[in-house]
Design a protein around this ligand. Sequence first.
Ligand code: GLN
Length: 242
Amino acid sequence: MQLRIAHMYPAQMNIYGDRGNIIALRQRCLWRGIDVTVDPIHPGATVEWAQYDLCFFGGGQDSGQALIANDFVTRHGSALKSALADGLVMLAICGGYQLLGNYFLTQAGQTLPGIGALDVHTVGGTQRYIGNIAVEVDVPIAQRQCIGFENHSGQTFLGAGARPFGTVIAGAGNNGTDKTEGAQVHHTYGCYLHGSFLPKNPHFADFLLTKALERRYGYAELPPLDDRVEGAAQQVMLRRMR
Ligand code: GLN
């Protein structure tokens, strides 16, 4: 088996260790004998989305987002949206998540376009939400609690067509007010969980891998790994935050 990952704009969009998500996905495959290729998608690249099983888009500062937003929307917007509607698995964190929405109005007054894969929009605020976050994710997995670290001043609001990724247990989430966190459609997941997210939540990493491999091969059997240390760390953080 082979898993092919596209990593969006790794030079401009990699903050708070988001590259750890790629490392976790790759390593959890290698431990199970699944080959992995990771292609960085740089500005100006042409992408054949049918080649890929999973797309990852990390967070970035407003200035990083401004560098790549137009390239992302004009080069990849419509083809990536079709691939996502076809079940391509995607995880986007913070700044990447914001650009999957309809637009991001920065605090400086610049409107960055998004591809509109998720019916959300983001407005830069004066308050910055920084700290640990715990979320009950609305995804069909046995363990639904996920932990992470958020740092954003953008406030994201869900449109009528958006389904939250989850509900905030502790922390700010999308906008600090409505207790929603992230958004999802098909197998596209956007959220504010840095951390890195997947090393801290290997159960969710395996959910993404399962969906990506099922799409290509029709089935996916992921033998369990020893995640006792990660599980213990999650319990400590959940207790601390409650
Ligand atoms: N620039 C965005 C914000 O502050 C995203 C930040 C991030 O990716 N951590 O809202």
